[in-house]
Design a protein around this ligand. Sequence first.
Ligand SMILES: [Zn+2]
Length: 289
Amino acid sequence: MKGWVKALLPALSLLIASQALAEGGQSTIELSGTESTVKLAGELTQGSLIRGRAPADSQVWFNDKPLPVAPGGQFVFGIGRDAPLQHELTVQHSGGTDTFALQFSARSYDIQHVEGVAQRYVSPPPEVLARIRQDSVAVRQARTVQSELSYVFEQPVWPAYGRISGVYGSQRVFNGEPRNPHFGLDIAAPIGSPVYAPLSGVVTLAKDLYYSGLTLIVDHGYGVSSTLMHLDAFHVEVGDKVEQGQLVADMGATGRVTGPHLDWRINWQQERLDPALLMPEAAPPAHQP
Ligand SMILES: [Zn+2]
């Protein structure tokens, strides 16, 4: 929050998140301040999307960033793969202001060292660099959408059946050079397998991109989106409203991949978060029941 706001609040209390409860598959933390009680659902760890509820008339800041608050007091925020571990949540409403210290835990990621990889796999050819730049602009725009859809506050379903073939945060080091970490959750199944919307929302991008192939982005509200990559075919288009569990695409092997899989990503605006942390089970069923 802004420095002048803080200065007006001499009785500012700094409280530590303590109580951990289990609720609906996700751990819940209750923050009891002198003025308000705030509930957070999610794990306080790197890569986590946290969904909160404050008293209905509250204003909420995550560190210095004001968060949009739903009419019922709900809000969301998240921290990235390598984010610092200490954060603050400030809740202000008619009764006063509470600032809560949030201590996140560090993750350890799967790092693989690979030697002797041919140059052509290491860098994209120069003729596609302009296209890659356009792709990232389109993705960034789709993820900047800030709607008041409230689907983000619901429990996601698995977007595909199959085997987990890649996890969030993993990274390869080619010839001593660290590559971009992997920010999705990979689910492998044959080409043409159904891909479902993990949460309801509105399609904000359906495009063939160099790295991620046929790519679908669905806005779930409050800056949170799902990205579904390497698809073989789309069943929806930009602007479509999709229901949770609706067939939106076929799994594929488009873009830079070694085999057919779905790469599912969760973003809070540009912050890349771990979809697995939102799911009560470690993996989806291997086959459609
Ligand atoms: Zn992937």
